[in-house]
Design a protein around this ligand. Sequence first.
Ligand SMILES: Cc1cc2nc3c(=O)[nH]c(=O)nc-3n(C[C@H](O)[C@H](O)[C@H](O)COP(=O)(O)OP(=O)(O)OC[C@H]3O[C@@H](n4cnc5c(N)ncnc54)[C@H](O)[C@@H]3O)c2cc1C
Length: 436
Amino acid sequence: MQIAVIGTGIAGLTSAWLLHRSGHEVTLFEKQSSLGMASHGIQISNGSDSLCCDVPSRMFNPLLWPNLSNLYEWVGIESTHVDPRKSFCDFETSSKVASKAILKIGDTFDFSRVPQLLLLPTSRKIVTDIGKMIASVETELENLSGSRTAPAVTPNFKEFLELNGYTNEFIYQFLYPALSSTVCTCSYSGLDLYPADILLSAMRMLIGAKPLQRTTLGTQHTADRLSQNVEFIHLNTTVSNVSSSNEKAYVDFQKSGKVTHQEFDHVIVATQANSATNFLGSEFQLEKEVLGRFNYEDVFVNVHCDEQLMPARQKDWATFNFLSARNDRAAMCSIWLNQFYPEWETDNDYFQTIMPLTSPRPETVIATAKLQRPTVTHQTRSDIEQLLELQRQPDRRVWFCGSYASPGIPLLESGVVSALRLGKQLGCELPDACEI
Ligand SMILES: Cc1cc2nc3c(=O)[nH]c(=O)nc-3n(C[C@H](O)[C@H](O)[C@H](O)COP(=O)(O)OP(=O)(O)OC[C@H]3O[C@@H](n4cnc5c(N)ncnc54)[C@H](O)[C@@H]3O)c2cc1C
């Protein structure tokens, strides 16, 4: 069959890979000038050399990302462990001044670097609450799954933390900074509304897990491998309309100012949910309503050399530096790229700041990217269910997948799971070891 896939994030690329492998002729559409998954990546010039830097820096491990890890293995993508050291400090946004580290740890729940800081009352409270969370996460999850039959009564994350008496120090100087600026990349108000069981499940998987990994050769290489055998790839191409009849589906796309209309047996929409509502034809009214309910937040990422966005003392610098502005209910994470990419040979320090609380000084900025990430609430569960239900209708020709369309935190794993499930529905044979 001839199948169009719109969008080349991880979901679109996984779909394309699976469909091609199953003997279909695949056409990929992407509005960016390079494959979407890698479209923000940059090369930093370093003398006669250049340093390849993914934007954003994405990580995974086989426990929380089993299907992504399998996919990478199937297509021959190698990965490498990331130095997991983390440092937490306060940041005063008006004066742009960071404090000394409040907490320095190895992996998120590893106490090896903690003792020297235990004299600080704040650190003691945080460490006590980390211990409490580790000890109770299993039981709490069992309790929450017991109340899942009536989702409205399951607490959101804010309610859960309040009900269980976690301290403000733990919440706003450790947990929210870590979750909001990396794992979920969303505002504190977005985190407040997350269903508690989703975040607790993720934390249970991360407790005691090995350090996270990144792909060794970077995201561009991964995207190229996933799409290497795809028949047609249209970059710089914006899809402006998708329609369908009982037998066929149609894509209107715009490339170099010219609009083309093309017929396919099936179309897979692997864009962000909010993007899809812009080009779906009028016959998809219900789909547009459901897709329009997925909520996205803008996420800014800066690559720069400004040490002001790092902990005040260089001896507190870690690979991941969480700086929280408690009064603003917000935090940023500055990744020290020299630690993240130990293979880089350079004397300069480079940083990648996710959700910067203040802009780096202009002369230090190397790149800025604006991304979007879905936020998750109790409502999201029923929206995903409704989207899946619509896709069980007979004679469908237009389908949806993306990281927003799988339950849980929208991660690379969710995009892969969503694409594999859809591929199965379209009759593709899945590789062994799929856990969907
Ligand atoms: C700062 C940040 C850090 C993150 N870190 C991690 C991490 O460490 N680990 C992890 O697992 N996940 C991480 N994520 C989440 C992860 O990146 C996303 O869940 C995933 O990339 C989403 O993939 P997707 O294929 O669903 O959608 P997308 O990647 O959003 O792909 C959709 C594509 O559709 C294209 N498109 C849209 N409209 C059109 C149109 N009309 N015509 C043609 N093309 C169109 C877009 O250009 C885009 O390329 C992070 C996210 C952010 C923002």
